[in-house]
Each structure stands twice: as C-alpha cells, then as structure tokens.
Design a protein around this ligand. Structure first.
Ligand code: OAD
Length: 254
C-alpha cells in the first residue's frame, strides 16, 4: 500500500463512520497558484518585516507603506487561480456531501478555496479583498482594482484598513469558534501547506488530536505536526491532494 493509499484509508474510515474530514490549510496550498508563502527562502517574511507591514503599530506609524504592501498582495491574490489542490478539496466536499461534513479552515486570505468550489470555508485570518473602517462599522468587499490614493479613506473620514488579521491581533471570534467546534468533532484533520507555527491557529490540530481525530498532513517539509500525524505525505499539495482524492474515491468504492 502506498502512503497516499494509507492516507486515503484513514479518510475513508472516518467517512464511513460519519465523522467529519476537516481540512486545515496554510499558504503552501496556494504556492502553486503563485501566491507566496510567509516563511522560507522566497517567503514574504524573508523580504518584508511583519512588524512593519502586518501589525497595528506598523499601520499607525505608516499607513501608506502598509497599504502599498497590501495592494501588491491583493493584486497577486486577485490574479491567482485555484490550483489542483484547491479543486481536489472541493471535489472531496462534493463527493462526500451526503455522508460527512468537510469544512475547510484556512489561514489564507486569498479566497482561492471559494474560487476552487469549496462552499464551507472558515477564514481565520480575514480576506485580502475586503476592507473595514478603523473607526465606524463600515466594511466592504466591493473594492476598485486599485485604490486611487493610499491610504484609502472611509466616507466617515477615518482610515480604511485591510480586513485581515495582523500580528498580535485577535482572530475573528465567530470563525475561531466554528473552527474549534469542528476540531472537537473527531474524525480526520487534513493539514495542508502550513508550517503550523502561528498561534492561535496552530492550536487547532492539537485540539483535534485531543478529541480523538487522526491527523493527515501534506507538506514538502517536516513540521511540528509530522510526528503527530497518522500519515505525513511529503510533497506538493497540487500533486498529492488530487492523488489522495482519487485514492479516497477508490477506497470508498471498495
Ligand atoms: P508558512 O509560510 O509559515 O508555511 C507554508 C508551508 O507550506 C511550509 O510548511 C511549506 O513547507 C509548505 N509548502 C510550500 N510549498 C508547498 C506546496 N506546493 N504544497 C504544500 N505545502 C507547501 O505559511 P502558513 O503556515 O500559512 O498569518 O503561515 C501561517 C500564518 O503566518 C499566515 O496565515 C500569516 C503568517 O504570519 C497572518 O498574517 C496573521
């Protein structure tokens, strides 16, 4: 039995028992769509200082600088297309729709899961294509391709900010509550393309483990999850997730 087949067996057992298959994804799943990851040689945090471009303090010090960084990231996300990994996850959701829940919990802000066809997506770190006002309750995802002036202002006169989670900020409560609820349901957590080092998101695989879930990982490199996972597949998500989806279909057929 190959490692992919072994992983598919773990997923199939969960599906047969009616237990959820919860995906937990990070920047690595979008790497093959051309969206950069954060850590590593070509990572955003190697080129940019997160404290300057992705923190409230950085924004207060120089909002135009933060916005220039964000506008470039927003452009990359907008122009990116879902890759076979996003599409395979959406396929699994459709294939298992009648038997088990298959929510996707993502740390990504690129919207590629939704574009790839996933319907139940929980965004823990916000979305690059949305803004909110720093003073009033205004929020919008109907944005121009590029703002004429940076930083953009709200109709109330205050600064608009990207509706993403910056360093040290609290995660959107409802998203985190739903994510924790899924992590507590057992079944399988399928962890794809994340270094699993950023808190509090990285508590979710641990929570899942404590509640009896099996962890299956896809990542070209070892992470803190690898030793805890029932199966840890080494390689690109764009190759391995479609293989896993196909092996799952075969396992469920037999
Ligand atoms: P990281 O950049 O920390 O990790 C990306 C992971 O993807 C690494 O473990 C890579 O080995 C893996 N990877 C790279 N290419 C891959 C591929 N083709 N297929 C599968 N995996 C691949 O990104 P995240 O774990 O998402 O937070 O980072 C978590 C958070 O840190 C981000 O959401 C962001 C950042 O600070 C905020 O901005 C709040």
């Amino acid at each position: 039995m190959t490692e992919v087949e072994r992983a598919a067996t773990v997923l199939a057992e969960s599906a047969r028992a009616g237990r959820p298959i919860v995906a937990f994804t990070g920047a690595g799943i979008s790497q093959e769509s051309g969206v950069p990851t954060f850590r590593g040689a070509a990572g955003l945090w190697t080129e940019h200082q997160p404290a300057r471009v992705a923190s409230r303090e950085g924004f207060v010090a120089d909002p135009a600088y933060v916005w220039r960084f964000h506008e470039e990231l927003r452009r990359v996300c907008r122009e990116a297309a879902p890759n076979p990994a996003h599409i395979a996850l959406a396929w699994i959701e459709t294939a298992l729709a009648d038997s088990v829940p298959t929510p996707v919990i993502t740390q990504n802000i690129d919207g590629l899961h939704q574009e790839g066809g996933s319907r139940d997506v929980i965004e823990l770190h916000g979305n690059a294509q949305r803004v909110r006002c720093t003073r009033c309750a205004y929020t919008s995802d109907d944005l121009p391709t590029a703002f004429e002036e940076l930083p953009p202002l709200c109709a109330c006169g205050a600064l608009l900010r990207p509706d993403v989670v910056w360093l040290g900020e609290e995660l959107p409560r409802e998203a985190m509550r739903r994510a924790q609820q899924w992590a507590e349901q057992g079944g399988v957590m399928l962890i794809v393309g994340t270094s699993a080092t950023v808190q509090p998101a990285a508590t979710l695989p641990m929570l899942a483990l404590q509640h009896g879930a099996a962890l299956v990982e896809i990542n070209p490199e070892a992470t803190p999850i690898s030793a805890l996972a029932q199966v840890s597949l080494r390689g690109r998500a764009g190759r391995l997730l479609p293989e896993l989806a196909e092996a799952l279909a075969t396992a469920l057929d037999t």
